[in-house]
Design a protein around this ligand. Sequence first.
Ligand code: RAM
Length: 902
Amino acid sequence: MKKTFFAIILPIILIESICSQTIVKELLTENLIDPVGLDISIPRFTWILQNEKRGITQTAYEIEVESNDTFAWRSGRVLSDSSVLVAYKGLPLKSNTLYFWRVRVQDNRGYISDWSLPGSFRTGFLQPSDWKAQWITPTLEEDTVNRPSPYLRKTFQTKKEIRSAVLYATSHGMYEAYLNGRRVGDAHYTPGWTSYHKRLQYQAYDVTGLLQQNNTIAVMLASGWYRGTLGWSNKNNHYGRHIALLIQLEIEYTDGTRERVISDPSWRSSTGKIIYSEIYNGEKIDLRLEKEGWMFPEYDDSQWAYVKKTNFDTAKLVATYNEPVRQQEIFKPAAIFNTPKGEQIIDFGQNLAGWIRMKVKGKSGDMITLSHAEVLDKEGNFHTANLRAAKAQCTYILKDTNKVILHPHFTWHGFRYVKIEGYPGEIKPENFEAVALYSDMEPTGSFTSSHPLINRLQSNIKWGQKGNFLDIPTDCPQRDERLGWTGDIQVFVPTAVFNMRVHNFLTKWLRDLEADQLITGEVPNYIPDLGSNVNRAAWGDAATIVPWTLYKTYGDKRILHQQYGSMKAYVKSITNVTHDGLWDKGVTFGDWLAYSPEEGERKTPGTNKNIITQAYYANSLRIMMNTAKVLNIPDDEIYYTNLLEQAKKAFHTAFINEKGDLISPSQTAYSIALEFGMIPYHLEKQAAARLVELIDDFGHFTTGFLATSPLPHILLKYGYGDLAYKLLEREEYPSWLYPITMGATTFWERWNAIKPDGSFQTQKPQSNSFNHYAHGAVGDFLYRKVAGLDIAPDKDAVGYKHNLIKPFPGGSLKHARAILKTYYGTVGSSWKLDGKQMEMTVEVPVNTRATVYLPSTTPENITEGGKPVNTSTEINILGQEEDKYTVIQIGSGKYQFKIQRL
Ligand code: RAM
């Protein structure tokens, strides 16, 4: 790429720029590093600017995109401070083509950066007609009970020197592809789960390094989500009865000529070692049945069966937008022991989703069974009743006396403990590993504090996310469910966006939400849908809450554009059945799994379900109003503003009595009503006081999935910070920390999954997941309030362009720290109490600013870097607020404040 730009101003800045050059790095295309297989015609570019100096912003950028030594786009100098999601504006992109791009910027001091190192992206198939391959399915007579995994293979030759080779693949069912015995890519459970009848993802892999002169493509298939057992009623074949494969290998030789290898009837099929594979139940592998050498060209497949052509509309094929599921953390055994019942158990110390990798040496016919469980029971025995119908078992039959390393391929388990049966010889720790598998999203956030149990809470929240963000956001990873429950993700999404970059993961899921929405706009309870009920209040609202949260977190307007039709349709499906603005026929799961007293314990007051439905309806109207504003659709904005007013009035009339109280005196009712602004302004303080009374009355929260996470936010807002911290630090049941005192390493579905006496809850023993992330929604409070790392409220602040740093120290905490990697770079907020002094460390990325709340109204009592804050030219004092704070505005850089508090 040539340097042609900014020639005139360059000399002026040269001298100073050497010592304080802004560096451009970490180029992302559609939020990914060098993606392969994008089918977006206008991809967006993001880059990070680095400069140790303070107050640096971008004033202009220049982008160049090229392919095959030809420019596809030269933006020229664009006066703009945008460095996030900048849309490509060049020539129409070509299919299956590698593009490189680079960027340089001018900063607010007039300096111009060097060109960045190039980023790249490879387009996938931009038109359905680019697909030349044929869908194929094995013709083997099928064992319909066990459904062993079919193998498919094809041998071919390449003729010349190869410049590049890209393999495009997808399937009905799951696939793993190999080229000459080597695994293609490192993704698991491909092609992922989407609304298969409407959208099927394909993957693209750069396989240039895997090809030789004689080649074999070998593919293993499995039932997966497509036709495996799914849902809790033991049903299978949700999308079809036959699994099938589509493969297209695009080869480009160095002389510019091209060749293509495709799936077609010339392929052959058989079966091999995987004699059974189901997501819930696990896998059976009989090594004696493996077709040795089948992945290599020399193998003789003349005895293999033919394949036949099947059909599937290529217009429904879409490139993969989310990060693949990959193998992540590896755990070694924490303990190996025998239970009172004599079961041989390994404890891996962490509840996770994944599988076991086992080394074993035995003799032909030895059968080893690994069963998985999340917990031991009170007596210390292996407990699987909560897995319901999921067998969660892997069985291996050995072939000979060679040492082998074994793991399953198309299943995963939610587990911490493994029961081992039939292992030849002693169970030694070095022969077993637990491998966590989840979508490979960038870890973006961390939270730490002086409170060890709260730190464990943060870890448990993260592990809940890791265990359940496996291609779709599932409710749980262990039992016969693992579905994309809408209510769970809508409460958890504000926390999820801190822990990991969930941008593409949830964007992909929202496409499926829209695809599965009924024609009337109603939203199924879980996505992808298998025929569930629709429009449960607070569940269907994922349709509005998730895109809005992604917009705010990532500054992504396109997600609002893309989802607008879906969001509107959902809200309309409710408006259509309201009366004078009241959604009184709504159905909801309510404040799901709220604290529910055991026999003999004090009952909690009930909540009128319409309080929940109406508050959620109003919240979705507010999101619509704000979205219409962002998208500049004034008619819609007025329409939703009016509907919102009407909905609020209807709420007041129906649910607030003459004393100004809610008709349901429950924590749930007050929490949700206050959270969604349903209480008239003049009654808000009274409502907050009622909520406090209700909490004090019980001494703890009595809420569930919906109303618990808003509680500490509300308490802080209305001046009850002490109570917020009391709830946060509480260790007795029910509380956030209670499960930790009982040894939990992930969040439980129910507050009382394990009771204080060590026994399991008996209200619904079969629904007792130990890895449900919904209650982990308190994580957002840790980041935003305890550490004080937030987005400022103004409309241009989205994506952390304008940060808000406002910590709320409290309880027994002596320090807290949060950092978050945004698209601009790392934002950091930490504080530390030292007697009457408080230290605050703030990190603001280049090209952003921050408003910081320093807890003293006397600027003279505040220093930064040892100097009085009111003498600094880099700090702009905005004023005093809430009789408590000096509010300042700062640009990028690292700042160290010391505040003398009275
Ligand atoms: C359960 C799921 C999920 C919840 C629904 C209502 O089966 O586990 O967490 O959203 O029910």
